[in-house]
Design a protein. Structure first.
Length: 269
């Protein structure tokens, strides 16, 4: 509480964040794997506790690149999930809105956050930010359909007994062929989007929210094997240092390390 105004305040740790428009252009393949896995860990933690974030976007992901720390912030639109409950579709930011929000499907779930993460991931590996760049909500669905195609969109709408608003572009009712994600590779981004990255992306960006990978499933994808191997080596080296310190007779406890899965909350703010 402020001692003068008596206003209650929340105090958070300071994160030396680099603006994503600057940082994302500098990220290496390893960086993208690492930070995407960290964001999935944050989402897995909140989803496993019954919470949907509902506003995942670069502005709400703080990264201290020097310390390699990631924090998911701004929980103002977060909501507890209850099966079959109808939720407000006026959440998330346009470029990261899942199709369910754009077609007024109110019984969505945690996978809304997975779509938003998928948009971020696509933006990073293809160096195309934002990946789906619509002028408004109607145009946003058109931009999505030009990648995922209209055949799957029609099946999706039929499954949930939905009809497109008359304000949507008429071409959404015609045939638009799906465009493979691999078509977004070029000479400038090829080093950032190996086959396993494309495969992971295909599990995240799907019309039907029930078909998307969960955060836990995405974390287990082979794309992150390199990150897991790096962590294993670091932990083994840390364990070796602890043994050396213990054997020195110093009695110091500073060699102890935090177990990797004991701190999922570290990525939440």
């Amino acid at each position: 509480r402020d001692p003068v105004s008596k206003t209650p305040s929340l105090v958070f740790e300071h994160i030396n964040n680099t603006d994503f428009k600057v940082l994302y252009t500098r990220l290496t393949d390893n960086d993208i794997r690492f930070y995407t896995l960290e964001l999935l860990r944050a989402l897995d933690y909140c989803h496993s506790n019954g919470v949907m974030h509902r506003d995942v976007k670069p502005h709400n992901v703080m990264i201290d690149h020097e310390k390699r720390q990631l924090r998911l912030i701004d929980w103002g639109l977060a909501e507890f999930y209850h099966p079959n409950q109808e939720y407000n579709v006026r959440v998330a930011s346009r470029y990261f809105k899942g199709p369910e929000l754009l077609v007024d499907l109110q019984t969505y779930d945690y996978s809304l956050d997975i779509w938003s993460l998928g948009c971020m991931f696509a933006g990073m590996i293809f160096r195309k930010e934002p990946f789906f760049h619509g002028r408004d909500n109607y145009d946003q669905l058109l931009k999505i359909a030009r990648v995922l195609g209209t055949d799957e969109l029609k099946r999706y709408l039929e499954k949930y007994d939905l009809e497109l608003d008359s304000n949507f572009d008429p071409s959404l009712r015609a045939h638009i062929a799906a465009k493979p994600f691999s078509r977004f590779r070029n000479t400038d981004n090829r080093h950032l989007c190996p086959d396993e990255a494309i495969d992971l992306l295909s599990t995240l960006l799907r019309y039907d929210f029930q078909d998307r990978a969960t955060a836990a499933e995405a974390m287990a994808h082979p794309y992150f094997d390199l990150v897991r191997e790096e962590r294993r080596v670091v932990e083994e080296n840390a364990d070796g240092n602890e043994v050396a310190i213990s054997g020195s007779g110093s009695g110091s406890g500073f060699g102890m390390t935090t177990p990797p899965d004991a701190a999922n909350t570290d990525a939440l703010a």
